[in-house]
Write a protein that binds this ligand. Structure first.
Ligand SMILES: Cc1cc2nc3c(=O)[nH]c(=O)nc-3n(C[C@H](O)[C@H](O)[C@H](O)COP(=O)(O)OP(=O)(O)OC[C@H]3O[C@@H](n4cnc5c(N)ncnc54)[C@H](O)[C@@H]3O)c2cc1C
Ligand code: FES
Length: 278
């Protein structure tokens, strides 16, 4: 399906910690076709040649995007409080059919696509058990008694004030947190936590991960050692975002793949050591 171009009004902007913003955009078309793991490309303005890619964090009431200011493009985008020019949905999202337990692992802004995935997974539970009500279904999602449908969401941040989910967001109460300095949850990285708490993965959940490359590399090595499987959402510098310029190619087991078109979500079995060398 070809992506759509949309001018989406800004409905809400919130700075959840210095330099990290949640934007809610009034998108109808892109939001209605978006799947967890897909992304949009946003135009920072006239003085920019290239759009900037952002994961879709939520698509139920418009589009929600998490933006960390790292350079000129993101600095310009977060100033725009009126209307964003966006292209999407782009890329290949997560496969979450036939779930037999899921462990979602996000680091930093990598939490964004997983939040969307978590909501879709738990909503599916709601449709299976509608007597619970949607809020209850999400509330219970980390603790499903049914062994076949367990869903857990682990996030890592440097420190408590940098957890990329707003304190007011009810999902924040459901996630298992690790912080590098121990200011909330487990002290250490998410991979340190997996090493310390084998109950998170010993019954072989499918792992869904997104985060900075060093985190994903450490997780990749851990999963290889423990024989775990799953999917990773990867990042690379992008230009066209649609598979034309070849600018986002990344080495994989069977040659180069385009992060924007073949990904950003890739199966664990397609990754290898070279993937982390970019
Ligand atoms: C599929 C995908 C999903 C993304 N989702 C999000 C998201 O949900 N929230 C979010 O805040 N950011 C996300 N990003 C990263 C975001 O696109 C970049 O931070 C942004 O394009 C930087 O633009 P800039 O002009 O501000 O920075 P630039 O001036 O272009 O770069 C500033 C610094 O950031 C580094 N950088 C820029 N882009 C990337 C990248 N793609 N990967 C690694 N390093 C980069 C540069 O090397 C440089 O050091 C995503 C990227 C991809 C590819
Ligand atoms: S960004 Fe152009 S091919 Fe991926």
């Amino acid at each position: 399906m070809a992506p759509f171009l949309e001018k989406a009004k800004v409905k809400h902007k919130e700075e959840i910690f210095p330099g990290l913003y949640i934007f809610k955009l009034d998108s109808e078309i892109i939001a209605s076709y978006s799947q967890p793991g897909q992304f949009v490309e946003a135009d920072p303005g006239e003085s920019f040649f290239l759009r900037r890619p952002f994961s879709i964090q939520e698509a139920e009431d418009g589009l929600e995007i998490l933006v960390k200011v790292v350079g000129r493009g993101t600095a310009e985008l977060v100033k725009n409080e009126t209307e964003w020019n966006i292209l999407g949905p782009l890329g290949r999202g997560f496969d979450f059919q036939n779930l037999n337990g899921a462990l979602l692992i996000g680091g930093g802004v990598g939490v964004a696509p997983l939040k969307f995935l978590y909501k879709r997974m738990t909503r599916r539970q709601y449709f299976r058990q509608p007597h619970l009500g949607l809020d209850k279904a999400v509330e219970q999602a980390s603790f499903w008694g049914d062994e076949r449908t367990r869903i857990r969401f682990v996030i890592g941040a440097k420190t408590k004030s940098e957890i990329p989910i707003a304190e007011t967001d009810y999902i924040r109460q459901k996630v298992i947190v690790s912080t590098d300095d121990g200011s909330e949850g487990f002290r250490g990285t998410v991979v340190d936590m997996l090493k310390a708490q084998s109950k998170l993965w010993e019954d072989n959940p499918k792992i869904y991960a997104c985060g900075p490359a060093p985190m994903l590399k450490a997780l990749y090595e851990f999963m290889l050692e423990k024989g775990l499987d799953g999917q990773f959402s990867l990042e690379n510098r992008m230009a066209c975002g649609m598979g034309v310029c070849q600018g986002c190619a990344i080495p994989m087991k069977n040659g180069y793949k385009l992060v924007c078109k073949d990904g950003p979500v890739f199966d664990f079995k397609d990754l290898d050591e070279r993937t982390w060398m970019i």
